[in-house]
Design a protein around this ligand. Structure first.
Ligand SMILES: CC(C)(COP(=O)(O)OP(=O)(O)OC[C@H]1O[C@@H](n2cnc3c(N)ncnc32)[C@H](O)[C@@H]1OP(=O)(O)O)[C@@H](O)C(=O)NCCC(=O)NCCS
Length: 229
């Protein structure tokens, strides 16, 4: 995302991060189970996206404009996510579902993306179905996912050293969520994030390093107070 061209074209081995093997994702937090998808999740995933697409996921999540338009596409997506975890040597990203512990309902999704072996880092992102927002689920899932990314292999994590989160400066709900995590605001890239119907907006970026995050309690050791709180 914020890499320069030569990093993309001539990637360095750098820190030489490798994923744990076997690579699995099954996480629990107070109210949620965050796990890799199973084939039987496909109808619910399709319905959650369909019910949330207009005026909620859009305009922020450009993928859903033309994706998950039928159950077959949702099934194919889930197959791709299952395969991503089954191939540690090429592992680069995985989407995971966010489920209610109490009801089992699929509430939304998160995951890790753009996993970089040179800097042992990844990006994370999230969405929550329209009828489940306002309950703190996205924040809980995001914090738990950061802990998964930064915890050591021996503690069931990916063993990464840095997590990035980006969003448009106009996405106030997402900005608020990230700021409440108390992690460091790192970049503001002007007119760098195109949002359909809104145009080129500023890209905001935050980052957290492994020694700044308490992977047992899923929170920053020394939370930073941001302006939106
Ligand atoms: C961004 C998005 C995930 C935020 O969802 P959300 O439910 O508002 O976010 P949170 O999990 O942080 O929940 C916060 C709200 O839950 C409330 N809440 C209720 N119970 C809570 C609890 N136990 N803990 C924390 N917050 C709680 C908070 O008061 C807050 O409400 P407020 O915004 O009215 O003050 C959601 O709007 C979304 O899916 N948007 C579309 C996709 C998107 O933009 N994704 C991000 C791309 S960068």
């Amino acid at each position: 995302m914020t890499r320069c061209n030569s990093e993309n074209l001539f990637p360095s081995a750098g820190l030489g991060w490798t994923p744990p093997e076997p690579l699995t994702c099954y996480l629990e937090s107070d109210r949620l189970v965050i796990r890799s998808y199973r084939l039987e999740d496909s109808p619910e995933l399709f319905k959650a996206v369909t019910d949330s697409r207009d005026g909620h996921l859009l305009p922020w999540m450009s993928w859903c404009k033309n994706f998950h338009m039928n159950i077959e596409q949702s099934t194919k997506y889930i197959c791709d996510q299952i395969l991503a975890l089954e191939n540690p040597s090429t592992f680069n990203n995985v989407g995971t579902g966010i489920f209610s512990k109490e009801t089992g309902q699929l509430l939304g999704a998160c995951g890790v993306h753009d996993v970089r072996r040179d800097t042992a880092s990844c990006e994370t992102g999230y969405w929550i179905r329209k009828d489940a927002i306002g309950n703190g689920y996205a924040r809980e899932a995001c914090a738990r996912t950061i802990s998964w990314a930064l915890a050591s292999h021996s503690n069931g994590g990916l063993g990464l050293q840095r997590v990035r989160i980006y969003c448009s400066s106009l996405n106030t709900h997402s900005t608020r969520l990230i700021e409440q995590l108390g992690i460091t605001a790192e970049v503001r890239q002007r007119n760098d994030y195109y949002i359909e119907t809104l145009g080129a907006t500023d890209r905001l970026g935050w980052g957290v390093l492994s020694d700044e995050w308490d992977c047992e309690n899923h929170c920053a050791f020394n939370p930073i107070k941001h302006s939106s709180e």
